[in-house]
Design a protein around this ligand. Structure first.
Ligand SMILES: O=C(O)C1=C[C@@H](OP(=O)(O)O)[C@@H](O)[C@H](O)C1
Ligand SMILES: C=C(OP(=O)(O)O)C(=O)O
Length: 430
């Protein structure tokens, strides 16, 4: 299904932020790896969180749920012998479960999104699992992937962090369950380092002890640990909310978002500081962000690796800023649902934005006068491209049609409902 985004000068109203995708996938996983019964309050409901829920159920977790919570009885260190797992288009879910599959005799991860997740590389994790004696069959590091586990005991592992932090997170979830102690050394650089902080936070909540160096490049993990069943509460989601806040910033607005903790470990909370630095009038107190946009923004320079999943929304805001903005250290955006540098900038250019790319940078020459619009956008299967192009469409002169906008449901199925509630003129078209 497509979405038509019509020019919308004003946004007004209050919404509750969606629940965090990254915390939901992690809490589901640690609940499954525990032997007792855990409760997750306010879990996210999206394609990615559904993928984790479906897979842990296939692996033997028992899940009961109502509107507000999920009650999960885990399988501990003994997942069911399942032949196939379908993670949909969810990168983190795939990588985390590739590690968990080391506890299974033989599991194949199917390739349902050959043009999106099917193109993403997993070589560094495959290599690390190999060091633990796990046999992995793959297509040049890509899906479909078959994992033959059962032999992993622990030991020394070296893993590259230069493409994704998810490989390291995956190993941090697995190693405490192995019989022997492990030591993990991260090679090269570690991208999206802040997300590893979320992994460590959740592991600690689940009763797992991990010794991490201050720079997050070295870890010691005692083997033979058990995950404790616990009650978890999922906080609001900054990456998805970043798009709503960017929409409020580029329009004349009075928009309030609830459930966005100031001291969250989500790096994408930087959206608030970035918009503030762009001189967007806003306040953030007691978990409530209020933007009173006047449509005026100033350009800025920002290290995008600190807030990976909010960069596209920040770039969309910068499209209308006075001056030239630069988002640097963002190379790993190329390895997401699409190439979030080349593919995204091509779509932005179609809409009339003045943008340039470098291998690891996005440069935006702002157009405070607005962009032309009047074009069709290819979503590239990417929820964050869809959300960001919507922000641009609100301030374009002519409507923008976003093809296959239903892929927004990967993380934020209610995105267009929330925008409509704020007065945005957006409509679904078949
Ligand atoms: O661990 C996670 O849940 C995630 C890590 C990040 O990926 P990279 O480490 O590949 O940047 C992020 O972009 C993704 O949306 C979720
Ligand atoms: C890149 C993302 O997710 P994943 O890597 O889990 O597919 C995202 O949510 O923007």
């Amino acid at each position: 299904m497509d979405v038509l985004v019509n020019p919308t000068p004003k946004l007004h109203g209050e919404i509750q932020a969606l629940s965090s995708k990254n915390y939901t996938t992690r809490y589901l996983l640690v609940a499954a790896l525990a032997e007792g019964t855990s409760t997750i309050l306010y879990p996210a409901h999206s394609e990615d969180s559904d993928a984790m829920r479906r897979c842990i159920r296939d692996l033997g977790a028992v899940i009961e749920e109502d509107e507000e919570k999920m009650v999960i009885t885990g399988f501990g260190r003994n997942p069911r012998d399942v032949k196939e797992l379908d993670v949909g288009n969810a990168g983190a879910v795939l990588r985390f479960l590739m590690a968990v599959a080391a506890l299974c005799p033989e599991v194949t991860f199917v390739n349902r999104y050959p043009d999106s997740l099917g193109k993403r590389p997993h070589d560094d994790l495959i290599d690390a699992l190999g060091q633990l004696g796990v046999e992995v069959e793959h297509q040049s590091g890509r899906l479909p992937i078959t994992i033959r586990g059962g032999k992993a005991k622990g030991g020394k592992i070296r893993v590259s962090g230069s493409v994704s932090s998810q490989y390291l997170s995956a190993l941090l979830f697995l190693t405490p369950l192995l019989a022997e102690d492990s030591e993990i050394e991260v090679l090269h650089d570690l991208k999206s380092k802040v997300v590893v902080g979320q992994t460590l936070e959740v592991l600690e909540q689940a009763g797992i002890v991990i010794e991490a160096s201050d720079d997050l490049m070295h870890y010691r993990i005692a083997g033979g640990q058990s995950y404790t069943a616990k009650n978890y509460v999922v906080q609001g989601d900054y990456p998805g909310s970043a798009a709503i806040l960017a929409a409020a910033a580029v329009t004349r607005s009075d928009v309030t978002l609830h459930r966005l903790e100031e001291h969250s470990k989500q790096g994408e909370r930087a959206i608030v500081d970035v918009l503030r630095a762009m001189e967007v009038p806003l306040t953030h107190e007691g978990g409530v962000v209020r933007v009173q946009g006047n449509g005026k923004l100033k350009a800025l320079e920002f290290d995008g690796d600190k807030a990976t999943d909010a960069v596209l929304a920040m770039v969309a805001a910068a499209v209308f800023a006075e001056g030239t903005s630069r988002f640097y250290d963002v190379e790993n955006l190329r390895y997401k649902e699409c190439d979030r540098i080349t593919d995204y900038l091509n779509e932005l250019r179609k809409a009339g934005a003045n943008v340039e790319e470098r291998q690891s940078e996005i440069i935006v020459h702002g157009r405070p006068e607005g962009v032309e619009g009047g074009v069709e956008i290819n979503a590239h299967y990417d929820h964050r491209v869809i959300m960001a192009l919507t922000v641009v469409g609100l301030r374009a002169k002519q409507p923008i049609r976003i093809r296959d906008a239903h892929h927004v449901a990967k993380s934020y199925p209610q995105y267009f409902d929330h925008l409509q509630a704020l007065g945005a003129n957006v409509e679904w078209i078949r």
